[in-house]
Design a binder for this molecule. Structure first.
Ligand SMILES: C[S@@+](CC[C@H](N)C(=O)[O-])C[C@H]1O[C@@H](n2cnc3c(N)ncnc32)[C@H](O)[C@@H]1O
Length: 290
């Protein structure tokens, strides 16, 4: 473990000045430059592509043929389109409030010829357009920290509880907030070594806006569903996953092949980032399907 990480962890545990949550300045990401920059991070070998492959595998392992899945804050659809490609017999609906993100998502889905995914405008903190118990699965990646405040997170979990069928599947991944600013700066500086200034700043804003692991834990209790688990990366809760457990059914071979092929296209450094994410979540209790 690098000296910087040890320093961050010590700050977090003993010396850190307690940091208040600072909401994202761009709650809904609709500016054209933001959409272009964000989408490119999710393209092949961009910084987000490895985490997308990880999430796509975790989600795919939890889905069944015929499921209807809602993705909260789908953004430019880079993740949802991968999942839709790997699961042609499942129906996906991406929800976002940014028209420019939705356009980017639709364009890519159309280029890929995907007939099982639609994108619609909607507020994921209320999910007003969705009927009670209408979803077999609710998923989300890196979006919940865009909510303005703690009460919006409560509204969002209550909306999830309403639309998700009683035995439905849940997979929510987001950043977790570190308690000290010093620790946040250490992790941002690690990203800044290899990524653009724009991405490092976006990462800093995300970590400052993230909810605490205890915020998620409180919402999981209120959700009151059997089996929902909360996992966090070990050492520091940089990544949080709230999910239903992995089913015992094996992954479909086509998903395994698609995942392995995609991982092979990653550069060595991106593969090693993906392996770290897998390992740190596994040590935090989240089993990987492969
Ligand atoms: C950081 S992006 C994540 C996109 C995508 N899920 C991913 O993993 O790349 C967060 C997205 O949430 C959207 N968003 C923020 N607040 C929202 C809300 N209340 N309802 C719907 N979408 C929202 C933003 O417009 C943005 O596209």
């Amino acid at each position: 473990m690098s000296v910087a990480i040890v320093r961050a962890v010590l700050h977090e545990a003993f010396k850190g000045r307690r940091a208040d949550r600072i909401p994202e300045t761009e709650l809904v990401m609709n500016a054209s430059q933001t959409v272009a920059d964000y989408s490119s991070c999710g393209d092949q070998d961009g910084a987000l592509y490895g985490p997308y492959l990880y999430n796509a595998l975790q989600v795919s392992a939890r889905l069944k043929e015929g499921d209807k899945v809602i993705d909260l804050g789908c953004g430019s659809g880079r993740l949802l389109n991968i999942i839709a490609q790997w699961n042609p017999a499942v129906e996906f609906i991406g929800v976002d409030l940014a028209p420019a993100m939705l356009d980017a998502a639709r364009q890519q889905a159309s280029k890929l010829g995907l007939g099982n995914v639609t994108y619609r405008s909607g507020d994921f903190s209320t999910l007003d357009d969705f009927e009670t118990s209408s979803a077999d699965a609710v998923i989300s990646s890196m979006a919940l920290h865009h909510l303005p405040d703690r009460s919006a997170l409560t509204r969002c979990f209550s909306a999830i509880g309403r639309v998700l069928r009683a035995d439905g599947t849940l997979y929510l991944m987001d950043f977790g907030r570190l308690r000290s600013m010093e620790a946040i700066e250490v992790f941002v500086s690690l990203v800044a070594r290899t990524e653009s200034t724009a991405l490092s700043e976006d990462y800093r804003a995300s970590l400052k806006a993230a909810f605490l692991p205890t915020d998620f834990a409180d919402e999981v209790v209120k959700l009151d569903r059997v089996g929902i688990e909360l996992h966090r990366t070990i050492i520091a809760p940089l990544v949080i996953v709230v999910s239903t457990p992995l089913p015992s059914t094996p992954l479909r071979p086509s998903v395994v092949t698609a995942y392995r092929r995609a991982v092979q296209t990653l550069s060595r450094s991106r593969q090693s980032e993906l392996n770290q994410l897998r390992l740190f979540l596994k040590l935090g209790g989240l089993a990987a399907p492969l």
